[in-house]
Design a protein around this ligand. Structure first.
Ligand SMILES: [Zn+2]
Length: 150
């Protein structure tokens, strides 16, 4: 049933670097080139890569990147990963009206919607809100195009 090789340890090997050690630089490079073997379409990979150019704290950028790839730990995603969640607990903890999935949590929930309304008033740009996080990101990231300041 398999043998351990002398000097080998159990662990993960990052196939994108020569030494097998993960670096954020190598991951960024993959995202920029769109050459990842991930199942995401190439244009989506390119779109999510623009997150790293936003002048925001790294923690916020990582969260945005995960959101754009639907990798946040919402109840819906935990269920997909076979984490046992009671049907009742699947509902959003802010409004208790809908299943907590990515688009509900960040856009459709009345609590999130109120925040986006405030942001829209603040930047002076009112528009119909996208129902998908990726569309919303695309729309908001193009608001400042052609202006001197974003
Ligand atoms: Zn909600």
């Amino acid at each position: 049933m398999g043998e351990w090789e002398m000097g080998k340890t159990d662990g993960w090997i990052w196939k994108e670097t020569k030494d097998g050690i993960y670096t954020t630089k190598s991951a960024y490079s993959i995202l920029q080139s769109g050459s990842s073997e991930s199942s995401a379409p190439n244009d989506r990979v390119k779109m999510t890569a623009t997150v790293w150019d936003i002048p925001a704290p790294q923690k916020a950028k990582v969260t945005a990147w995960r959101a754009l790839r639907d990798r946040l730990l919402t109840c819906a995603n935990l269920r997909k990963r076979n984490v046992m969640i009671d049907e009742v607990e699947m509902n959003c903890n802010a409004c208790f009206e809908s299943v907590e999935d990515l688009n509900h949590t960040l856009l459709r929930c009345p609590k999130a919607s109120a925040i986006w309304d405030g942001i829209s008033r603040w930047i002076g740009f009112q528009t119909a809100r996208s129902q998908a996080v990726q569309d919303h990101y695309f729309a908001f990231s193009h608001l400042g195009k052609g202006k001197k300041s974003k």
